[in-house]
Each structure stands twice: as C-alpha cells, then as structure tokens.
Design a protein around this ligand. Structure first.
Ligand SMILES: *Cc1c(COP(=O)(O)O)cnc(C)c1O
Length: 383
C-alpha cells in the first residue's frame, strides 16, 4: 500500500495497535501517574505533566504524521506552545526576528515578556525577503512568522523564510494555526518548528483550548523538557476531545475554505464593502505566493464595512448566524472586531501602524451552508 493520504492519516496515524481492549475509539486514560517501570530519566516517568500518557502519545504520533514531521507535542494552549517553544530556543542576550503583524498574544509575549527577560526582537516584513538581512545581529537565533497573519490575512514568502533560516543558521518557527496541516504542512516545507493553537482548526469545535508543536525531533525534545518544567501540559480528557476533533479536520476545513472563497467574492463585489482581505482573492497582495505555497486559502477573512466604526458595529449587530465572539476555526461561524478583542492588547498607535482599523471586521467561516451565510451578511449590510 502507498503512504496513506491526508484524510486517512487523520483517522489512522498514530493509533495504538492492537486497539485497547478492542475499543474502536481511543479511551481516556484518566490517571495522573503510572506504575514505575524502571525508567532512568525524570522525563520518562509516566505522569500527565510529563506529556507521556497514552492519550498524549497517540496525538503526538498523529500530529507528526499530518505534517510529515519527525515529532510532535501537545500543549495546554496555543500560547503554551508558542511561549514554551520560544523559551526553549532563546536565552537572555539572544535576538529574534518576528513578522511585523503577529497574533495579539504572541505580540505581547515577544515585545513584553521576552524583552523583560533580555530576549530582543526586531519586526520584519515577511513578504519582502530582501529586507531581512539588514535586521540580523550577531546574536540572532531564530525567525518567527505566521502562515496567514491575523487579522489582515497576509502571507509571508514561506519558501524564502526556510531558505534564509538555513543560510543564516537560524531556527525557523511558524505559527501554522490559520492554515492548519490541511492547507500547509510547515514541517514538510522545511520549517524547524510548526506551532498551532489546536483550539482552532485542529480541534474545530469551539469547545476546548489546546496547542501543538510539530517538527524536528531534537527540537521537539527540547521543547518537551521545557514544557515538563513550565507545566503547560494538556489534560487527558482534553487530549481525547482534541483527538476526536482532529479526525474531521479534512471534511470540515475543505468546506470552510470553499465557503470562505464564496463569501470573500460576494463581499468584494458588494457596494457596502470597502475592502476584503482573503488570500484566495486575485487582488490580495500575496495571492501568487499563497497559491504557490498553500493547498488552500483557509477559512478566515476580514473586511472593511463602508461608513466606519458605527456602520461596522451596526452590521455586526444585524447578522443572525455568526456568533459575535473572538477565536476561530470551529464549526460555528464567528464574527469579531479585532480592535476590541484579539488586538486589544496593542496600543491604538500600534494598531494603526499595522493597518488594523477600528472598523475592521473578521469572520471565521463555520460549516453552515455558505448560501445561508451570504444571505445573512447581505441582509445585515442592507440595514
Ligand atoms: C488563538 C491563536 C493563538 C493562541 O492560542 P490559544 O489556544 O488561545 O492559546 C496563537 N496564534 C494564533 C494564530 C491564534 O489564532
């Protein structure tokens, strides 16, 4: 048999053979510790915080297979994955290159917490590789980008990031949350570490918080040891829910990518809309890059409603199907204004500089019928 394809891996990769007492779905091992089995390293003792119960191990093997990576690790949240990975790789005195428009939590971590620890950083325009070299310092150790940035849906020159990191001997990290392994297999594309908020597409049901680190074995081992000490481990019950969610990633997200393109085209042609940010639209500044690098353009889009903040707020109130809530990637469509939620941690000045206006609206497309979503957005815009 040939190597199984993506949707088959979602179901079968990493599963325990033979099945546990014949159970078709992986049971929850809700036990904090396991009997001592002669382990010679602290990190091998079997204990939930040490990320090595059967529920962890199955997820690690499955996630690694999804990005054709050597290893993977699940964490208590996306931020636990990002903070633990960065702390495992960087030490005081080191320097980090980061994409100029980052997820709000990562932005605060890098420019606040890491800076306090003596880890410096400089922002880069991730779509312009010719500008990166000038930002290097003798202490630069790593480069961190996001596959599709939040909330403006910009796409870095992903192949150039991998090349640059290799040439300059930097660890390359990517927050692959918005693409998920369905649209971009970051580890297979050469990134050293692919980080995920599994809260989003990987789980896909808006009902838990989790994270993942996928990539090179030796680096994942380093992050695991750091996580063992910092303690951001995923509980077995949440492991079970994440495991169940991952199995349907393909069927969910392909639908979401298709609906997002339909909705983006509808909005782009609507008289009440100023502009639409979606990498699948031909006029997106990195459409060609995205088309070459990604297997899908994702289920996230953002747009400006004509008439400013009041019009945007009125439009949001009039929509009926999407819940007005932050977060993304689940089966329910979610609508938010990033300036009031995900990017509230940024100063108004920083938001302005990165192009996040107060009237920008972000839609996470769920798995509802796209025709109903379009009709709902249309009636809300007409009001
Ligand atoms: C949500 C999100 C995070 C943080 O993940 P949590 O699971 O909420 O900790 C990080 N990066 C991106 C791109 C996200 O969307």
């Amino acid at each position: 048999m040939n190597a199984p394809r993506f949707d088959t891996q979602l179901i079968h990769a990493g599963e325990i053979e033979p099945r546990v007492l014949g159970a078709v779905s992986m049971p929850i091992f809700q036990t904090a510790m396991f009997e001592y089995g002669g382990e010679t390293s602290y990190h091998d003792l079997r204990y939930i915080r040490l990320n090595n119960t059967p529920n962890h191990q199955v997820l690690h093997a499955k996630l690694a297979a999804l990005e054709r990576a050597e290893a993977a690790l699940v964490t208590a949240s996306g931020m636990a994955a990002i903070s633990t990975a960065l702390l495992a790789i960087l030490k005081p005195g080191d320097h980090l290159l980061v994409q100029d428009c980052l997820y709000g939590g990562t932005h605060d971590l890098v420019h606040g917490d890491l800076a306090t620890l003596g880890i410096a950083s400089d922002p880069i325009d991730a779509a312009r590789p010719e500008t990166w070299k000038a930002k290097l310092r003798p202490t630069t150790r790593a480069i961190h980008v996001e596959t599709i940035s939040n909330p403006l849906m910009r796409v870095p020159d992903l192949a150039a990031v991998v090349r640059f990191a290799r040439e300059q001997r930097l660890v390359s990290l990517i927050d692959n949350t918005f693409a998920s392994p369905l649209c971009f297999q970051a580890a297979a594309a050469g990134f050293d570490l692919s980080l995920h908020s599994a809260t989003k597409y990987l789980n896909g049901h808006n009902d838990l918080v989790a994270g993942a680190v996928i990539g090179r074995r030796e680096l994942v081992a380093k992050v695991t040891k750091k996580l063992n000490h910092l303690g951001g481990s995923l509980d077995p019950h949440a492991c079970f829910l994440l495991h169940r969610g991952i199995k349907t990633l393909g069927v969910r997200m392909r639908h979401q990518c298709g609906s997002a393109l339909t909705i983006a085209r509808f909005l782009a042609g609507h008289a009440g809309i100023e502009s639409v940010n979606y990498p699948g639209l031909e006029n997106h500044p990195q459409h060609a890059l995205a088309k070459a690098a990604l297997a899908g353009f994702g289920g996230m889009l953002s747009f400006e409603v004509k008439g400013g903040v009041e019009a945007a707020a009125r439009f949001m109130q009039r929509t009926r199907l999407p819940a007005k809530a932050p977060s993304l990637g689940g089966v329910e469509s979610l609508l938010t204004r990033p300036a009031t939620t995900s990017h509230l941690g940024m100063s108004p000045e920083e938001r302005r500089r990165t192009g996040i206006t107060d009237s920008l609206v972000r839609l996470s497309v769920g798995i509802e019928d796209p025709g109903d979503l379009v009709e709902d957005l249309d009636q809300a815009l007409r009001g």
